[in-house]
Design a binder for this molecule. Structure first.
Ligand SMILES: NC(=O)c1ccc[n+]([C@@H]2O[C@H](COP(=O)([O-])OP(=O)(O)OC[C@H]3O[C@@H](n4cnc5c(N)ncnc54)[C@H](OP(=O)(O)O)[C@@H]3O)[C@@H](O)[C@H]2O)c1
Ligand SMILES: *[C@@H]1O[C@H](CO)[C@@H](O)[C@H](O)[C@H]1NC(C)=O
Ligand SMILES: *[C@@H]1O[C@H](CO)[C@@H](O)[C@H](O)[C@H]1NC(C)=O
Length: 364
């Protein structure tokens, strides 16, 4: 790619702002156009320009279809660290990239999408299970077309199945479809982080799920879980997610990335998993000490509360009650990133449970 330009969505987020820091450090010569809402905020402007010296702020939200389409069309690389569940935004990105590809078929643009391991949830409803450990080498998101399940080849059994209504899958499949379309060539890769933790050095210090669970604790008067919360997810430090995104970007720039049907990368560590109950107990005790909740520890949330989450999501167009995302086990092995030489170095330094108090402090 000659003199590429990056269009970045989510530059002010937890992962996005950490990524922008290392992007500005390692690849400072690639200009970045960042879609930012409330872009008139001078503190945000100063921060963004401070960490990346060749950055242009594009004012807009994920609902601004024309802006997104237009910017995607002008870019060589689009990196989406804003939302993996926003259908309208993803469609606008793909539509811009298709136009750009049609104009310059000899130099297909590259889309780096960031989703999550929610796609492999076993929907265990808060129970601990000896769930299957998925390798990203085995995921075949193309096979969905003719059936109700995503097929996953594995050595043990010929096929396992992923429930098609697991979180994020619908959009991930549309990305793979775009990345395997020969007529309008677009290069694609998707990164699926596990449970992200740690204090980000960026603008947004705290991981999205922790912000949500702190809200849930305040509403309920205690920290809590979906069901018993004995389920768990392979975890990953936010700095290691940022380095994973950079690793795939660098590989793509040098034409050695896995792309299209193979462009599927888990980003997780093999460090011990902590159950939601264990995480929420540390959080609950800390909130209790601070007088923010009235009960220490962690307790399953009530059915009524979980129903209210479902209603809130439905009003935003998401059909989710949180059971799959927060009540399931997600066991993953990041074999493709390992092949590119990536290692979760920060995750090995400090575990999710050890860093939990600092994360809560950064959030409140
Ligand atoms: N955190 C995790 O544990 C985790 C795990 C797996 C996958 N993921 C995925 O990774 C991605 C990034 O997650 P994150 O934790 O970094 O999320 P985050 O901190 O909430 O960041 C989201 C970013 O997108 C921007 N954004 C959101 N809605 C927008 C809208 N309507 N218009 C304009 N900008 C909008 C936010 O802008 P503002 O700064 O203006 O809010 C922010 O820059 C998401 O797709 C998420 O699902 C996260
Ligand atoms: C930003 O990058 C472009 C393209 O490489 C270059 O022409 C321009 O001079 C750069 N601007 C700054 C401020 O570095
Ligand atoms: C549903 O809504 C809650 C609360 O607003 C949010 O934290 C969660 O991420 C949403 N999605 C799912 C799948 O639960």
């Amino acid at each position: 790619m000659n003199d590429p330009v990056i269009f970045l969505l989510g530059a002010t987020g937890y992962v996005g702002s950490q990524f922008l820091i290392i992007l500005g450090r390692v690849l400072p010569n690639i200009p970045v156009r960042a879609l930012v809402r409330s872009s008139s905020d001078s503190e945000r402007q100063a921060w963004l320009h401070g960490v990346h010296l060749n950055l242009t702020i594009i004012d807009g939200t994920l609902e601004d279809v024309n802006t997104i389409q237009d910017q995607a069309e002008k870019a060589d690389i689009v990196i989406n660290l804003a939302s993996c569940d926003h259908v309208v935004c993803t469609e606008a990105i793909l539509s811009g990239l298709r136009k750009r590809s049609a104009n310059k078929p000899s130099q297909p643009p590259f889309l780096l999408h960031v989703s999550g391991t929610g796609i492999i949830s076993d929907n265990a409803r808060g129970e601990a299970r000896d769930a299957k450990v998925y390798s990203d080498l085995d995921l075949d998101l193309e096979s969905h077309v003719s059936c109700d399940f995503i097929f996953v080849s594995s050595l043990g059994s010929l096929y396992d199945r992923l429930p098609k209504d697991n979180p994020h899958l619908e959009i991930d499949i549309s990305v793979v479809k775009a990345g395997t379309n020969k007529e309008i060539p677009i290069r694609t890769a998707t990164i699926f982080p596990g449970m992200i933790y740690g204090v980000s050095e960026g603008i947004q210090k705290t991981t999205a799920w922790l912000r949500a669970f702190l809200e849930f604790a305040k509403i309920n008067g205690h920290s809590g879980t979906w069901g018993k919360g004995l389920n768990s997810i392979n975890n990953i430090h936010v700095k290691d997610v940022a380095s994973a995104v950079l690793t795939v970007l660098q590989a793509a720039l040098e034409n050695r990335a896995y792309e299209g049907a193979q462009g599927i990368y888990f980003a997780s560590s093999q460090e011990p998993r902590a159950s939601w109950h264990e995480c929420m107990t540390v959080i609950g005790n800390h909130l209790y000490e601070k007088g923010i909740v009235s009960k220490p520890g962690s307790h399953p949330f009530s059915d009524e509360f979980i129903e209210s989450i479902k209603a809130a999501n439905l009003s935003r167009g998401i059909h989710a009650d949180g059971w799959s995302l927060f009540g399931g086990n997600q066991f993953s092995k990041p074999e493709r990133l390992a092949k590119l030489g990536w290692e979760p170095v920060e995750t090995k330094k400090r575990s999710i449970l050890d860093s939990m108090k600092d994360s809560v402090e950064a959030a409140i």
